[in-house]
Every structure is written in structure tokens, then in C-alpha cells.
Design a protein around this ligand. Structure first.
Ligand SMILES: [Zn+2]
Length: 95
């Protein structure tokens, strides 16, 4: 029996296998960063890799709240772009 690690998406609150989620970590400088390997140090939150979540800045704010990060609109826009790039890369690798 394999023990599959499960995590909760902070946006839709669905529990999924860890590999179906993308990890976002809080960095010491106070911002957020995409953690494609899931191995970075720091407080992390998970979002769906399917692309259903994090489509709007409103969702980004939920993520910031989950990580207790004070983020301005510019940094949220930047992170959202970065997430979409990373998700695109991950999806292509899976084919
Ligand atoms: Zn989700």
C-alpha cells in the first residue's frame, strides 16, 4: 500500500494528491515565490495545477492571506504571471 501525500488547495479547498498541486512559499523578504520542486524552505501553501484556481487577483489575495503575506497589486500580478508560466511548463512536461 502506497501512502499518497494529500494537501488542500487554499483557493478551492479541495483535497488532492500533492503532485496535483503547485506549492507557493513565503520568502524571508516578505513576498511569495513559486516552488516547482516542493522542497523549498519556508511556509508553503498549495494550489491546483489544473489551472482552475488562481485565475484572478482575488484568488491571489486568498493565497497571500493563507501565507500571511502583505502583498501589493504589482507583486500579486507578477506572481500570478509566474505561476501561469510554471503551470504551462509543468503541463508540457507531462505529455
Ligand atoms: Zn484548487
Amino acid at each position: 500500500m502506497k501512502n499518497v501525500p494529500m494537501r488542500t488547495c487554499v483557493i478551492c479547498r479541495n483535497v488532492r494528491e500533492k503532485r496535483d498541486l503547485l506549492r507557493i512559499v513565503r520568502v524571508p523578504e516578505g513576498g511569495m515565490q513559486v516552488d516547482p520542486t516542493g522542497k523549498m524552505n519556508g511556509r508553503g501553501a498549495y494550489i491546483c495545477r489544473s489551472g482552475e484556481c488562481l485565475k484572478s487577483v482575488k484568488d491571489m489575495k486568498k493565497l497571500a492571506t493563507a501565507l500571511s503575506v502583505q502583498a501589493n497589486k504589482e507583486s500579486l500580478d507578477e506572481l500570478m504571471q509566474d505561476i501561469q508560466i510554471k503551470l504551462g511548463t509543468i503541463n508540457r512536461q507531462g505529455e
